[in-house]
Ligand binder design. Structure first.
Ligand SMILES: [Fe+2]
Ligand SMILES: [Fe+2]
Length: 405
């Protein structure tokens, strides 16, 4: 069955243009065009849509209100918001219901690529049982509202550090996290950032964006634990893994962009576990218990109980949020890098090593056999098995990170 993509706009000529420009996709998608929110919701009464792309500014029901309705009525649907008037605080506060933000005017090619990518991600994970699992989740988390503002800032030719700082400063908990991460050993040993502005400048806008995303998702949940997952522990683990993945990538000679992607993927690698735990807390608590007591890898326990792993669910979400493909891959394969053979050392390797070293250190101390958490056959094939002890030493600067929790 072909997926249904619903486009919503209040201007008939824009819908006409879309109809014309997207004609070539008829073989792959069923497309519907609604003139405004009310018409879209009426259409959805009779049809299960897969993707909704809505304009923000519409009279009556605006795009944010419509997508909130879509989220309530058909939570599995992937939601895109198109907006021209961005940067206004009020408008942005309304956008927490979309999975991805597209700036207007949006090139047909960009729109096409975004929708294609979202659907392809879904297909990619179909075999793993993730699709049915994801469809059954009560909700697919959306990035926090201020994340959209940062995405907009990043789309400008020269993202302004002071503007990013202003956005981050509105959230006290987030400000604390950014200061702590910027002051950690991975970004200039021993130097504490004197101000938020300095911290943002040191981290760079991309890293700040991924911190905002991760913090926003973790902060949605209340209490110390969700479905057996310790939230503070998960945050500390994620930050350490991100920082270590970045250091390893640099040490192995990858360029700055790749090191940045390693940080982002390391930060987000376990986000799928949180989503699974939040949506199926009892089942997930049992999975955590089984994987501890019986020493079965959590991945295997997840596959047995839920039909899919946190790695695949996380990759799906990270892709849905529009992060680069290499980040999606690194999240998908952080426990199983052998699924990406024959490529040499890359971001996937850096994140796998960082995850293994961090996990071994956190759970059981440095004496735990690393074979349990690292794929030595893969690491030997990539030619880096002999560098593990050096990379493990990078963890010494981790104490400061731990204080973040
Ligand atoms: Fe992990
Ligand atoms: Fe993991």
């Amino acid at each position: 069955m072909k997926p249904i993509v619903l486009f919503v706009d209040d201007e008939p000529n824009i819908l006409q243009g879309l109809r014309r420009n997207l004609r070539g996709m008829r073989g792959e998608w069923d497309m519907a065009f609604a003139n405004g929110g009310a018409e879209a919701l009426e259409y959805m009464q009779a049809a299960r849509v897969d993707v909704v792309v809505s304009d923000m500014r519409m009279p009556g029901m605006d795009g944010a209100r419509l997508l909130a309705e879509v989220a309530a009525r058909q939570p599995h649907a992937i939601r895109f918001i198109l907006s021209g008037q961005v940067g206004h605080d009020e408008a942005f506060r309304l956008i927490g219901t979309s999975h991805q933000f597209l700036a207007k005017p949006c090139d047909t090619e960009v729109l096409l690529a975004s929708v294609k990518r979202a659907l392809a991600l879904r297909d990619l994970i179909a075999d793993e049982g993730v699709q049915s699992l994801v469809s059954s989740l009560r909700e697919l988390p959306t990035p926090p509202d201020i994340y959209d503002e940062l995405v907009h800032e990043l789309q400008l030719p020269e993202p302004a550090v002071h503007k990013v700082t202003e956005i981050v400063a509105r959230d006290i908990a987030l400000t604390t996290k950014v200061l702590q991460v910027a002051g950690s050993g991975y970004f200039g040993v021993g130097e504490k950032a004197a101000s938020l502005l300095q911290a943002v400048a040191r981290l760079g806008v991309e890293r700040v964006r991924s911190l905002v995303l991760t913090h926003g998702i973790v902060a949605r949940y209340e209490g110390p634990k969700v479905g057996g997952v310790d939230l503070d522990g998960l945050w500390a683990h994620s930050v350490t893994c991100g920082g270590l993945a970045q250091s390893i990538a640099k040490d192995a000679g990858l360029d700055d962009k790749a090191a940045e992607n390693a940080f982002v993927a390391g930060l987000l690698h376990d986000i799928g576990a949180l989503v699974l735990a939040a949506n199926q807390p009892e089942k997930y608590e049992a999975i955590v218990a089984v994987s501890h007591c019986e020493d079965i890898a959590r991945l295997e326990a997840e596959r047995q109980a839920l039909g899919a792993s946190h790695a695949r669910v996380g990759a799906y979400l990270v892709g849905l949020w529009g992060l680069p493909d290499i980040v999606v891959e690194a999240v998908a394969h952080h426990h199983t890098p052998c699924d990406c053979p024959g490529r040499g050392f890359d971001v996937v390797t850096a994140v796998h090593v960082a995850e293994g070293l961090t996990q071994a250190h956190e759970w059981t101390g440095p004496d735990e056999p690393l074979e349990k958490v690292l794929d030595f056959e893969y690491l030997a094939a990539v030619g880096v098995a002999d560098r593990l002890s050096g990379w493990a030493e990078l963890l010494t600067g981790m104490g400061q990170e731990r204080d973040c929790a």
